[in-house]
Design a protein around this ligand. Structure first.
Ligand SMILES: [Zn+2]
Length: 321
């Protein structure tokens, strides 16, 4: 009788744990940033007419105001957030929105596209970003349902707006006398990762591959070594200011710090894998604690799990194509 009672108690405990973990999972993967305090949105004019919007809890943007119109980089996580971005842009200019660059195909960076489409913008993205937008749209919507719910945003308001123009390696725009270089250097965090360089201003928007003081999601990369090499290459460029898809304004040291963090993660995972450790053993024993103060560290178990998938199968967990 007592044994039976103990067993029931155990099952209740397990059930409680599952419900509890399920709840935290939904919160953590949906909103993404539930463990963080609310940092106010900050807009900085990093060069004349070139603005950077830093939103700690969600994702970043930049826009360039020229005599011919405005060029916007990335559109945020939902049309409501894109409307807020438009309000911020309108505080700096009343010129028309002419171009939008989508740096990568994660929903938190392009789900606001419809708002800028309505404004009449021409959308530019790398060929693989365009492909990933179509291939992963369902996955991206699924990943963000918790966020929509938490913010009380209507998920159905998000519509897939694909680029009007795609490129393979690079494009240079002369926009009202301002030079904008749109570059592809291979897959970093994602196939199609696009960089936007403002050579005269010595400013570089690094989209997916660089986020200052933030653990990036490794479930899309085909190679962390390739990603590290791209970060090392961009750190050598004639650039002073590095703007990431997440995190505050960065410099060369911040880019190299992320490269080192990813390299340590790669090496730590490879060493554990070579010893024959299972995914669960790695999660239990390898903590990458020297980087535990970095944003998103609480998602480390998911990162290990994703990278383990790449090590065992040779393909990213969220592979494209
Ligand atoms: Zn993001």
């Amino acid at each position: 009788m007592i044994k039976g009672l103990e067993s029931i108690k155990k099952w209740i405990a397990v059930l409680f744990m599952l419900i509890f973990c399920g709840f935290s999972w939904a919160q953590a993967t949906g909103a993404g940033e539930v463990d963080e305090k609310d940092v106010p949105i900050k807009v900085t004019e990093v060069a004349p007419g070139l603005y950077f919007q830093y939103h700690h809890q969600e994702s970043n943007n930049a826009w360039l105001v020229t005599s011919e119109g405005v060029l916007v980089i990335d559109t945020r996580q939902h049309p409501k957030r894109a409307e807020e971005l438009l309000v911020a842009i309108r505080k700096t200019t009343d010129k028309p929105i002419r171009w939008v660059i989508n740096t990568h195909a994660h929903g938190d960076h392009y789900f606001g596209n419809t708002v800028f489409k309505r404004e009449g913008a021409l959308f530019i993205a790398h060929r693989d970003t365009a492909g990933m937008m179509q291939h992963h749209f369902g996955l991206e919507m699924k990943r963000r349902q918790g966020y929509f719910k938490q913010m009380q945003f209507d998920g159905k308001a998000v519509q897939l707006v694909l680029p009007d123009i795609t490129f393979d390696s690079s494009m240079t725009l002369n926009v009202g006398g301002r030079i904008v270089e749109i570059l592809y250097m291979g897959a970093g965090q994602n196939p199609g990762d696009t960089f936007v360089r403002f050579p005269k201003e010595r400013v570089f928007f690094a989209g997916g591959p660089f986020s200052k003081e933030s653990w990036p999601n490794p479930s899309f990369t085909p190679s962390i070594a390739g990603w590290v090499s791209i970060l090392e290459t961009i750190a050598k460029m004639d650039v002073d200011i590095y703007l990431g898809g997440h995190g505050d304004i960065g410099n060369k040291a911040d880019v190299l710090h992320e490269a080192k963090m990813l390299q340590d993660f790669d090496q730590g995972m490879r060493a554990a894998f070579a010893k024959g450790m299972s995914k669960d053993e790695i999660i239990r024993n390898i903590k990458f604690e020297s980087y535990s103060h970095i944003r998103n560290y609480y998602r480390m178990n998911l990162f290990i799990s994703s990278y383990y998938h790449l090590l065992t199968t040779g393909r990213a967990e969220n592979a494209y194509p």
